[in-house]
Each structure stands twice: as structure tokens, then as C-alpha cells.
Design a protein around this ligand. Sequence first.
Ligand code: ADP
Ligand code: MG
Length: 674
Amino acid sequence: MSSALENSIVYLKGVGPKRAELFEKLGIRTVKDLIYHLPRRYTDLSSPLPIAATVLEQPNVVKVTVVSKERPAMIRRGMTVYRLLVTDGADDMTVTIFNSQYAFDMLKQGEEYILFGKVTGNFTRREMSSPEIRRAGDADRIEPVYPLTAGLTQNILRNCVKNAISKMMPQDVEFLPADILDSAAMMPEAEALRLVHFPQDPNDITHARRRLAFDELLTLRLGMLSLRERNRSYTGYSMKNTDMTPFLAALPFRLTGAQNRAISECAADMQKSTPMNRLLLGDVGSGKTAVAAACCYFAAKNGAQSVLMAPTEILASQHFESLRGFLGPSGLNVSLLVGSMTKKQKEAVYMKMKTGEADVIVGTHAVFQEGAEYCRLGLVITDEQHRFGVEQRSALAKKGENPHRLVMSATPIPRTLALMIYGELDISVLDELPNGRKKVDTYAVTGKLRSRACAFVRKELDSGGQAYIVCPAVDEGENMFNVTDYAAELEKGEFKGYRIGVLHGKLPAAKKEDVMRRFKDGALDILVCTTVVEVGVDVPNASIMMVENADRFGLSQLHQLRGRVGRGERASSCILITDNVSEESRKRLKILSSTSNGFEISEADLEIRGPGDFFGSAQHGLPPLKIADLAADGELIKLSQDVADRIYDTGRITLPGCAALRKRVEELFSAAAD
Ligand code: ADP
Ligand code: MG
């Protein structure tokens, strides 16, 4: 399908090679790119205000007639000021224009104009400076405002877009069959594009946006479904149901209902002839490791090996300890494989893996490196997977012999978001904390109470506890310096005589591991750190956390952070220090004191801060959503998912009528891979 829209914009009227280069900077190469370069916002010229009603210090729209023009005044070299008097019939106002003879000349005495600009002055005298000027007759009522780059102006953009739109034929852009549009009450694509650029009234924007957001969500979902299909098109290890009693009997606790449910879901998956692809979504401390252990047990009893991969060595050894505790009593062999082991140690583990002596291998990336050969790898578990992208996730799936896959994420995210981000996975949720898990008492205080907070921390240290002191990573570049400085300050001041370790993202991995290890072993009293501790390291003796500048963090992130304490016998607390005394900040932090349910917190966070903050924006590896708003478009997400699932499940996606749709899906994912 080739249309005029696929042409380079060089061929568009008003665009030559020079301008084309500027457009290129905006990512615009073809006419179609230009059509999909959407307004960032709009200037509404449709309802001008009387001069007397304009809002001071704000941009306002007025409709006025030029009464008189003053002689231009050169106030200094290179700076000419032009003044005019305008009236709306009732009041008059001075308009000041700096340096633009063109704008000044454009305004003719006795003629009517729409002006848009900031109004200053007082209640009796008003002034507008450097307004945008439109002749009253031919002003669009609502004007698009585009993202720009130096050398391009709004006017150039508007004219070029207008031109491009006039060349667009409905069949060039429509990619959904008519009956689908009808059933979802969506307008044609061409109309949506025309209206999103040149709306006649605000409703047009809403409706056009709805169609374009729907497009985005629908193609994203379809892309996820085809990823899922790709992962599923292999046969995995079809396992037999297994008596879990010996495993359960060896556990030092009773599983929660949520854990039991998740284990049953995994067991059912592993009995199918296609590989399991499941996300285990659970709050901090919800007991994901025990679920992972159960799956390993299930696999081992079916004669298959399991591997659990963690992002850091310290997490890997922690999982190793836990799994050995859970599975050792049942006679399973659990082995650790990490990069820092000697060649000889590694080779010993390789041997156990190869011969099948090892039932479960726990490690870092080392578990997939050269030399690591498996005997019958039936289950791959990855922890904290949200740090990897979609592509990496599916690359992992191709390893081994099409094993079952379990992904553990410690970020409790709202279900709608989980469905978008992990759309190619099935989801099990651990929404229940084990009994006896201590609530972390959380207090938000202002900086004035810092020294009292420090005294509180010292008291905890003196009675044998350990503390985290967290400060935000403001600027990655300077941050290293900041944290180190800050720690030095604490060492000289409030925490003189205590053993303090420093941990931040810029440290080499080995150094990080070393500091974390010493803290875990009790050789340090205080760990001063940035959010690197967020990842689930277990130090049961750490019972207090103090967070500086707490309002700089997302609520979910703070919740993750405080999950580092309250893991042992000691009553635990978290002190959030903030100098932001605004009502909103207080309200936000109060949510943390009032609930310890990570899902509730993440819903609130999604509302307040939007989805970007759950992961650093690039980290989820998804194509960026330009239009749809995951926080606000709940209805639309549901609708697009239903429609996508129907198109997919009925096989309609493979029919000729959906060729254009298939192309869209491919484009979306290939753009994300760039
Ligand atoms: P997370 O989901 O954060 O990874 P973990 O698996 O590390 O949580 O479990 C947190 C702690 O709770 C561990 O010490 C674990 O042994 C314990 N635990 C797990 N499940 C239960 C349970 N059902 N009852 C009591 N304690 C449990
Ligand atoms: Mg964990």
C-alpha cells in the first residue's frame, strides 16, 4: 500500500531540503510522520474576553480594533518598541510590541484583530505585550500548538500540516475495519487526524483524541498478544500433577491463601503442553520466594531442573539461602552460580548442572553464560524482571529447551497497568501478607524535627538494630558526591562513633556487593544510600529507616523502600522527612502512614503521578504512549483490550481485512526497538 503520505516531506509545498532537515530533528521524514505530529496543546481563540475581564499576569484572548499607532521608539541599540492603542468598544488597552516591525505593520488602524498574549497592568490600565495576532475574520477558533525545534515556527508547522491533511485520503490512514469502528463508537482515522489538528470546538479534541488513544492501546495490546503467541508456539515440559505435601511439611510456616492460589496457577500451567509464561506480582514481603520454591519442587519431582536468576550477586545468594532452606529438607540439591566465583568453583557447579545432580540453580546472569549447560532445564524464574525490557524478556524465553517461565516483580502495580506492561504474560497476584509480618510504623515529619528523628534512630542502634538512611538521587552526575558528603556529615555530627557505609548507583558492582554484605553481616550500623536498596535485599536486623526529602519519591517507591525494614523480629519504623509543607505533599505521605497495602498505594500513586514513575520511563521497554494516558483512560484501556482480544482470539487478525492493522502493530514495535 503506497500513498502520497509515504513520500518525503520535501515534496510538500512550503518544505525544501533545508526545512526538511529541521523537520527531521522532530522525527518527521514523511508526510505521514507530519500528520502524526500531534499538537502539544491548543490556543483557544474562540471566546475572547472583554478587556475589563482579562486576568492579570495570564495569557488572554481579546477581540479589539486598533485606535491609534504611536511612533516607534528606539529605547536602545537594537531594541525598538512599538505601541498601539486598541479598544473592544467599552475599554481600551495599550499593546506593546518589541522589535517586530512586521507585526506592527500588520496591525491597521480601524481594523479588528484577535490578540493572544499576557496581560499586565492594574484594574484601571491594562497592557498586553508581544501578543500573537490574527485578523478577526480568518482566525481559526482553536489553534494547535506543536512541539517545535529551532528554525521552525508554529505558523510554518500549521501551514505544512494543513497542506498535508489536505492531501490525505481516508483510505490512506484508516487501518481498522468499519464494523470494529462502529462497535467501539470510534470516528474514522482521517476525521480524527483532521480534528486533532484543526478542531472546531473543544469536543472535537476529546473525540479525536479518543480514537487516536484507542489506536495506540489497541495496537499495543495486539503486539503483546502476538509476543505471547510467539512464546507459546513451542511445546514445553508437560509435567504431571505432583503431591506437594512433603514440600509444605518442610516449610517453617503455613502458606497464605494468595500463595496457595499462585502455586496452583503455576502448577496448572506447567501441566500444559505449552510453556508457562506467568508474572508473579506481589507486594514486598508477600512471600514470592516460597512460591518460586514450590514451583522448583514441582519441576524437580517431574525430573526437570529449575534456574532462578536475580539481578545482583547479593540477591542471588539471598535466594540461594532461602531456597536451600525450603528445598533442602526434601532432598533437593540447590546450587549457587555467580560471576565472582573462581573458575574451579564454577566448574564444579557446571558439572553438577550438566550431570543433573543440581535440581535448582540460583545465580546472576552467569547462569546463562557460556559454560553453563543444563541437563533438563524445565523452569526459568527471574526476579525483579521489570528492570528488563520486553525484548529481553522474550530473548530469555528462547534459552534452554523452551522451559516454563515465571517472572517475579516486587512492584505492586495496578492491574490495568500490569496488563499493559506485562500483556504477554499471565498474572498471579499475591495480595495478602503473611501473618506475623510486622507493620512498619511510618511517620512524616518536617526538617525541624530532624535531630529528634536522629535521636530516635540512635536509640534503635544502641539497642542492637541497624538503620537505613536514604537520600534521593537528584542528579546522577553529582549524586555520588552528594551522598558521600552527606554521609561524612552524619559521621561527624549526629552519628559520631557509629559505623557507616555508603551505597549508591555509581559504585562498581563489586564494591556495592561488599558494602551490602557488611551491612547484612552486622559490620555496619548505618547504610547511607540512594534508592539502590530498593531491590529486595533482606537484612532482618535492620529495623529503622529514615528518608530525606521524602516528597521527591513516588509513593510506590517509598513503600518499596520501607519494605527493607520490618523483616525480622524487631518492631520497625520509617521516618519520612520533608520540608514540603504543602497540603498535597502531606496528603500523599499520609497515605503511607495509613495503609501498608502496596496495591492501594500504587493506585493512589498512579492517580497522582502517572505511570511513568513506576519504572524509569525507558525501563519497561514498551513503545512509549504518546496519546493514551494509562492513569486517566481506564475505560478506553478496557475497551481496547476487549476489542484486541476479540480480533486476536477469533483469528481475524490474520485475515486480509486486517492487513493494515497488522502493519500498524509491526510499526509500533519496530519503532520501540530503535
Ligand atoms: P518477597 O515477596 O518480598 O520476595 P519474601 O519471599 O522475601 O518476600 O518473603 C519475606 C519473608 O516472609 C521471608 O522471610 C519469608 O521466609 C517469609 N514468609 C514467606 N511466606 C510466609 C508465610 N506464608 N508465613 C510466614 N512467613 C512467610
Ligand atoms: Mg523478594
